[in-house]
Design a protein around this ligand. Structure first.
Ligand code: LLP
Length: 386
């Protein structure tokens, strides 16, 4: 069998492009590392389903005993269907609707990560109607700069997520009147694709301060949830196929002062699934412009929107050519000028029919696909099934 890198080329050639290809051996290795590095400190990991909700991948992730972090009723349902224990499901989101809250209550999930006072009131009411007590973590906006793209920074003051620090007293007052709620912890999330670990250190400082405040108010928090955000190497997926979970968990163990019996929770998404996935696309045409060559491929921003939406970089490789390198603008077929995967890509000499891999696309790839231009949604294939 011909392999280039880790790609089973002959098998991939049989599949209708564009599609997502998931290297499940890498996913499993990643999950082993997540488990080993988190379990030594007793941390609870909830996979952020929003990163990739492919049912087959969810099943694999659930089989490693992880919990799930969900942001919609459908995600809660998908997590339950995939075998995640409801007792390990957390549910965040600023706009949880009644049916979504009811679904979560019916499934007896671990907790709601609540983001506003009106939401607390509604959860209280709906839980009461079922004769249940809903467990709540308050999502607090810690005002920590994640040093990442502004679209995916969420922990700075005055955005739609979470409670601001100065409102905490008001929130606690309200909580004390809502009899169908139980405060079990606090939740933070400062942003995504964080590679500057000092942001996580800043978060620890803020959480420690906040813990002192809660203690002064005589409030015991059983759980501290630090959200997700651990970044990956988009530049060098071959050299850094697994995110640095070791340093990440060690940092929290060293800097975050957990009280007796307190449990730390986290919600990694990208770092679990990004590197195992590639978007595989076929070259439709090579178009010679006046000063450049365009490789027009059959995938577009509808299949992988990250470059168009966040100017995100994905490494691009021609996996079926060994010809001398040349320079191409790799573009999709969508009628939008932002439908460019990357300009001036160095890749092996490319012809119509070649297969191109857009790497590190396992997170926020397939799940963010759309049907714009009435295109088909891409299918995901697992290496272990081919
Ligand atoms: N927890 C919460 C509350 C979140 O909002 C997120 C991501 C996560 C966990 C997981 O974060 P991760 O470990 O994946 O960084 N579509 C964007 C990313 C949006 C992230 C939104 N929240 C992208 O393609 O880069």
């Amino acid at each position: 069998m011909t392999m280039k890198g880790n790609f089973p080329i002959e098998k991939l050639k049989q599949i209708q492009t564009p599609f997502y290809y998931y290297d499940t051996a890498l996913l499993r290795q990643t999950l082993e590392v997540v488990k080993k590095e988190s379990e030594q400190y007793g941390y609870n990991v909830h996979y952020a389903v929003k990163a990739n909700a492919n049912a087959k991948l969810l099943k694999i992730i659930a089989s490693y005993g992880l919990g799930a972090d969900c942001v919609s009723g459908n995600e809660v349902q998908a997590a339950v269907d995939a075998g995640f224990a409801p007792s390990k499901i957390v549910f965040a989101g600023v706009g949880k609707t009644d049916w979504e809250i009811n679904l979560a209550l019916d499934n007896n999930i671990f907790c709601f990560n609540a983001e506003s006072m009106p939401e607390l009131e509604v959860i209280n009411e709906l839980a009461g109607a079922k004769g249940k007590k809903a467990k709540i973590e308050l999502r607090i906006n810690p005002n920590v700069d994640a040093h990442t793209h502004h679209y995916i920074t969420t922990g700075l003051n005055e955005n739609k997520f979470g409670f601001n620090l100065e409102d905490i007293d008001k929130v606690l007052n309200l909580m004390s009147t809502l009899k169908n709620l139980e405060l079990i912890g606090v939740h933070f999330h400062i942003g995504s694709q964080i590679t500057d670990f000092s942001s996580f250190q800043d978060l620890c400082v803020r959480v420690n301060e906040l813990q002192d405040d809660f203690e002064a108010k005589n409030i015991k928090l059983k759980n501290i949830n630090i959200g997700g955000g651990l970044g990956i190497s988009y530049e060098h997926p071959n050299h850094f196929p697994i995110a640095d979970f070791e340093t990440y968990f060690r940092l929290f163990n060293k800097n975050l002062k957990l009280r007796d019996g307190q449990v730390l929770h986290c919600e990694p998404g990208r770092s679990v699934v990004a590197q195992c996935g590639s978007l595989i696309t076929k070259v439709t045409y090579i178009k010679q412009g006046t000063s450049k060559k365009f490789a027009i491929v059959d995938a577009g921003m509808t299949d992988l929107i990250r470059p168009a939406l966040y100017q995100a970089y994905h490494r691009i490789e021609n996996i079926t050519s060994n010809q001398q390198e040349d320079v191409y603008d790799v573009v999709g077929p969508i009628c939008e000028s932002s439908d460019v995967f990357q300009k001036e890509v160095n890749m092996n000499g490319t012809q119509r029919g070649d297969l191109i891999a857009l790497r590190s696309a396992g997170a926020y790839g397939e799940i963010m696909a759309s049907r714009y231009n009435l295109r088909n949604l891409p299918t995901g294939y697992l290496s272990e099934e081919l």
